[in-house]
Design a protein around this ligand. Structure first.
Ligand code: ZN
Ligand code: FE
Ligand code: FE
Length: 182
């Protein structure tokens, strides 16, 4: 018989794999981004993602289990799409909007998964697991909100086409890809 605990541990192993894949994909997506702010946000989330890997391991430990990984086919697919859409929009004014759309799909998958894991950990009466999983969930939600904020300027950039002012000068500076006129 499969128990809720077995189901929980399987899903946790899936997210362990997902987080590892995401931590490998984020530097590439940051490199593909043409907005300094977006690059920074993705690299910041990379650091959080490394923390998620550690926290997922701690959740296994909270259940006295060895950390396991199980291929997350959804993340494989979402990241493949991300890679594809970044390539298709390379050097185009749509590149940042495209990357954000792909990243938000990943964040939503993580939010759904950790939301479920939090509820299951509550039912399994493991307070330590609940609080670790909630911490991850909150960071996924704020990463998603940050991307929504950044998407406003990036979507405008995509809408209005090539912006001649977007060049290498902005490298290293935190600057919006679009002139806001303020
Ligand atoms: Zn994560
Ligand atoms: Fe999965
Ligand atoms: Fe994430």
């Amino acid at each position: 018989m499969t128990t809720l605990k077995g189901l929980f541990l399987d899903e946790l192993a899936d997210m362990h794999d997902a987080e590892n894949r995401i931590s490998k994909a984020l530097p590439k997506l940051a490199q593909a981004a043409a907005s300094e702010e977006l690059k920074e946000a993705l690299l910041e989330h990379l650091e959080e993602t490394k923390g998620h890997i550690e926290k997922v391991k701690q959740v296994f430990a909270a259940f006295d289990e060895k950390a396991k990984s199980k291929e997350c086919k959804a993340t494989v697919g979402l990241l493949e799409e991300g890679d594809e859409i970044a390539k298709e929009n390379k050097d185009e004014p749509t590149v940042n909007a495209a990357i954000i759309s792909a990243c938000q799909k990943v964040e939503h998958y993580e939010i759904a998964s950790y939301g479920t894991l939090v509820e299951w950990a509550k039912l399994l009466d493991n307070d330590e697991a609940v609080s670790l999983l909630k911490e991850i969930l909150e960071e996924e939600k704020s990463a998603d909100e940050k991307l929504s904020e950044l998407s406003e300027a990036c979507n405008q950039e995509a809408l209005s086409g090539a912006d001649e002012n977007e060049d290498e000068e902005s490298a290293g500076k935190s600057k919006s890809p679009v002139k806001t006129g303020k």
